[in-house]
Design a protein. Structure first.
Length: 525
């Protein structure tokens, strides 16, 4: 107990008295990258954007304290257009910028090309003082595409307004990359050393593509082997005021990702003579029916612990009672009713609904090819996420097929090329049965202690991630992997993930960087 108190005092004192030389060293890292880019005539911003040396300096010169670093870096990261339209993105310029930071800080790093031009991984390794198993930090560089006309700001300008930084990737996950790298540079600027190697992997093809972490592991596993991994995942959610930290979570398990394809057939004919068996109309009715369907509620050990912590954390006593009623439900009927009540009272209803059900999202619809031809076929892609230990994907597929049978809709499981449906269902069963990451590790303990130090008013808990990550290769090697998005967000910001006007609070980013600094502080030599 005394050792913990002394450690906390020492760490807090060190943070408050960051020496001027350390900060100037960090500023010099960024300045060196800017100067190098200008000297070589290279553009440092992504896409078709360009920037003069003056513009970049003006964007950085406002950094007068260590907490300004993550914002300046995130603005710069957002400016690189790394959109992934399904087959990877152009990530080399982004990777070269980050590599410049590592090089200027004296950290060994390398760009690892993939067979797709300009689609690269970046691997940096901060050498530790012992041979203890490394910690690997995994942060993807690609982002999903934007519907630019639906944004209120330029999605690649890193606009700061209303106390938030706006841009594609601000939340997912360049904001996390910025907080992580800024925190590590802060340690290095102090002359800090770590008692084990810290590997920072900036991967590509996380959002889609053939050359993501799986390809990298197949070709370069010796560079990725480690003892623990931290990537995107756990949400830091707020009380009803949208800013006071309520629950700090670290995910130790992802939902199971799979896709279904729905097909309807009808008579192809001239559009002047519509017929009642229209494929498009039939499929639309089927989607409308399925869109109203909620898969059964399932609670697992992981989600029970999460919701129990949520009940303790909330200031809303009525909602807390609703959560506890759900957790005490004696049968499925009671569980369904109380879960619906809990979701209705939540400030994050879509998140909490997703943690209880297999979800189905209707993401791509295609049919027809000419305005005066009624097509013979219509198709919808359905993206699904199952709860590990809850409803199996094969059971959800069977339910959907049963519902669609009377409508004449064909339902196919979208298996990888060359893989049969039966074999793919077996693979999904294996993923479904993968246990949650062990919490008895130095990294999990570091995250827990950093939460208590940075957000003392909030409750800390492990959680299930409703989405997916690049952690597959490490999980296949039984290496524990965790996830955090280290900034407090409100529901509107959460909904903007992969949507329009993606943004996070600037203050939350700065505090999240402090959180990451404290995580790494537990590994200081």
């Amino acid at each position: 107990m005394t050792d913990d108190i002394e450690h906390n005092i020492e760490q807090t004192t060190r943070q408050r008295t960051l020496n001027r030389r350390g900060f100037l060293a960090r500023a010099g890292c960024i300045a060196a990258v800017v100067a190098a880019g200008v000297a070589s005539g290279e553009t440092l911003l992504g896409g078709d954007q360009t920037a003069s040396a003056a513009t970049l300096r003006n964007g950085l010169k406002g950094a007068t304290a260590a907490d300004d670093d993550p914002l300046a870096l995130l603005k710069k990261m957002i400016s690189f257009d790394t959109q992934n339209f399904g087959k990877g993105g152009k990530t080399r310029p982004y990777a070269e910028m980050v590599k410049g930071l590592w090089d200027a800080a004296g950290v060994s790093s390398e760009i690892i090309p993939t067979p797709q031009p300009d689609n690269v991984h970046l691997l940096a390794r901060i050498k530790g003082t012992t041979s203890a198993a490394p910690v690997l930090l995994l942060g993807h560089s690609d982002v999903v595409p934007v519907e630019k006309d639906h944004w209120s700001v330029d999605p690649f300008a890193g606009v700061v307004k209303d106390g938030q930084i706006w841009g594609r990737g601000a939340l997912d996950m360049k904001g996390t990359n910025s907080a992580t790298i800024s925190a590590l540079l802060r340690h290095l600027g102090e002359g800090g050393k770590f008692e084990r190697d810290i590997i920072v992997l900036t991967d590509c093809d996380e959002e889609a593509g053939d050359y993501g972490s799986g390809w990298l592991a197949e070709n370069h596993w010796d560079k990725l082997d480690c003892g623990m991994v931290l990537t995107e995942g756990g949400w830091f959610i707020a009380q009803s005021d949208k800013t006071t930290p309520m629950l700090i979570t670290v995910t130790r398990q992802d939902k199971v990702y799979f896709n279904l394809d729905l097909y309807a057939e009808g008579t192809a004919t001239h559009s002047s003579k519509p017929m009642p068996d229209s494929a498009i109309v039939g499929l639309s009715r089927a989607v409308a029916e399925l869109g109203e369907y909620d898969a059964p509620v399932h609670l697992t050990d992981v989600t029970r612990e999460y919701f129990g912590a949520l009940a303790d954390a909330t200031d809303d006593r009525r909602w807390g009672r609703a959560i506890r009623m759900m957790l005490r439900a004696h049968n499925q009927h009671q569980l369904e009713r109380t879960a619906a009540l809990m979701v209705k009272g939540s400030d994050y209803p879509y998140l909490h609904h997703a943690l209880l059900h297999t979800t189905a999202a209707y993401v791509i619809e295609d049919s027809g090819y000419k305005e005066n031809v009624i097509p013979s076929e219509a198709h919808v892609r359905v993206n699904c996420r199952g709860i590990p230990g809850g409803e199996k994907p094969r059971d959800f597929l069977a339910t959907v097929r049963q519902k669609m049978k009377r409508r004449g809709i064909v339902v196919k499981l979208a298996a990888p090329e060359g893989v049969s449906e039966a074999d793919y269902l077996d693979q999904l069963d294996d993923t479904w049965a993968t246990p949650a990451a062990d919490i008895d590790t130095p990294l999990y303990q570091a995250i827990s202690k950093a939460s208590a130090q940075t957000y003392p008013e909030a409750v800390f808990a492990p959680a299930l991630f409703e989405a997916g990550t690049s952690l597959g290769p490490w999980r296949e090697h039984d290496i524990p992997g965790y996830g955090v998005y280290p900034y407090v967000i409100d529901n509107d910001q959460l909904v903007a993930m992969h949507g329009n006007d993606e943004r996070i609070y600037v203050d939350a980013l700065n505090k999240g960087t402090d959180f990451m600094y404290r995580v790494f502080d537990r590994f200081r030599a």
